[in-house]
Design a protein around this ligand. Structure first.
Ligand SMILES: O=P(O)(O)OC[C@H]1O[C@](O)(COP(=O)(O)O)[C@@H](O)[C@@H]1O
Ligand SMILES: [Mg+2]
Ligand SMILES: [Mg+2]
Length: 365
């Protein structure tokens, strides 16, 4: 018996999903190019120390973050894999200050590809899952795209996805009709549909947040997390579990598999930044995947997919996952903004606490 014959490959899936759509063939071809680049990145990350690709470079990206060798290699793999096919009009990346212009020798296509080549890259040196996040937008005009052409709300994405380089490499994507997961069959080199039509439970008892930032959070987020930690003895009446992997891709993947909520809220740690994660190539693609699986993605004060981007590397607060948990977070923000929430005092800040905000590192006092 041929074990391969009953399997749905990524190409077959895309042909079926995109049949009859205006630019379906081109979009499918672009996603196959992205998948090929992802396979190359998977091979690089899997080699680990043997590939000589771990460690940092003596360089910083536009966000002022130290670039890892793998950040740059992954960036190059996507650009080289997608620039020549006549499918993209331009690309933008976390690792590049300005959009990448398609060289004159290649035909320009009608899509814009926006990506975070390696998400969670602080984890490469400790052999913890990392990923690649991408978003596809339309670009109708013939002219080469300007930066402003990339500033489209997430609701206009025609496709979005991520790859996760974990024990197995998976590609999770949406073309606007559900969120679907594919696992890389390394021997054959194909992505195989293994997780069709992912569905996030509406309720959950698992949250993910970097609690080392607790003292910098806004009161509604402090209230939510405090209630989760109080478990069955508090407001929520049930115990919660917590995770923090420091790779958003890995957190989102867990949420797509079994529910939960992920928060990277606005904080006052670096008052110049309205959040940690970037709108165009982190928050938007992941928000579309989450919503296509029945979840919800918010800043705490509104739907992420409706935000009008103001800059290529704009940051936003992110709260996503199980619908009812994210709705609760929005309610806490609304109550706080109206001033009709219970004054919330985190145990960190109460009278008996050893902690005093004025003694905090960086408080300037
Ligand atoms: O350092 P922290 O606060 O744990 O932040 C981790 C977050 O930063 C990120 O690593 C940012 O992504 P990059 O690695 O692409 O910069 C997210 O994946 C993750 O959620
Ligand atoms: Mg990232
Ligand atoms: Mg990155």
């Amino acid at each position: 018996m041929n074990m391969q014959s009953g399997r749905t490959t990524l190409s077959k899936f895309l042909i079926e999903q995109l049949r009859g759509r205006d630019d379906g063939a081109d979009l499918g071809a672009l996603l196959v190019d992205v998948a090929a680049a992802v396979k190359a990145i998977a091979a690089m990350t899997a080699k680990g120390a043997l590939g000589g690709v771990l460690g940092a470079l003596d360089a910083r990206n536009v966000q002022g973050e130290t670039q890892k060798k793998l950040d740059v290699l992954a960036n190059d793999a996507i650009i080289q894999g997608c620039e020549w096919g006549g499918l993209v009009a331009g690309m933008a990346s976390e690792e590049l200050e300005a959009p990448y212009a398609i060289p004159a020798e290649f035909k320009r296509g009608k899509f814009l590809l926006v990506f975070d080549p390696l998400d969670g890259s602080s984890n490469t040196d400790v052999n913890v899952s990392v990923g690649t996040i991408f978003s596809v937008l339309r670009h109708e005009p013939e002219a080469a795209p300007a930066e402003a052409d990339f500033l489209q709300p997430g609701s206009r994405q025609v496709a979005a996805g991520y790859a996760i380089y974990g024990p197995a490499t998976m590609l999770v994507l949406t073309v606007g009709a559900g969120t679907h997961g594919f696992t890389l069959d390394r021997e054959v080199g194909n992505f195989i549909l293994t997780h069709p039509q992912l569905a996030i439970p509406e309720d959950s008892s698992e949250f993910a947040i970097n609690t080392s930032n607790e003292r910098f959070w806004e009161p509604p987020v402090q209230r939510y997390v405090c209630e989760c930690k109080a478990g069955r003895s508090g407001e929520r009446g049930r115990d919660f579990n917590m995770r923090w992997i420091a790779s958003m891709v890995a957190e989102v993947h867990r949420i797509l598999m079994r529910g939960g909520v992920f928060l990277y809220p606005k904080d006052t740690k670096d008052p110049g930044k309205p959040g940690r994660l970037r709108l165009l190539y982190e928050a938007n693609p992941v928000a579309l995947l989450i919503e296509q699986a029945g979840g919800y993605a918010s800043t705490g004060r509104g739907r992420i997919l409706e935000l009008e981007p103001g800059a290529l590397h704009q940051r936003v607060p992110v709260m996503l996952g199980s619908r009812n948990e994210v709705a609760r977070l929005e309610r806490y923000h609304a109550e706080h903004d109206r001033g009709d929430d219970q004054p919330f005092v985190s145990p960190l800040f109460n009278e008996r606490s050893l902690y005093r905000p004025e003694m905090a590192l960086g408080s300037g006092k």
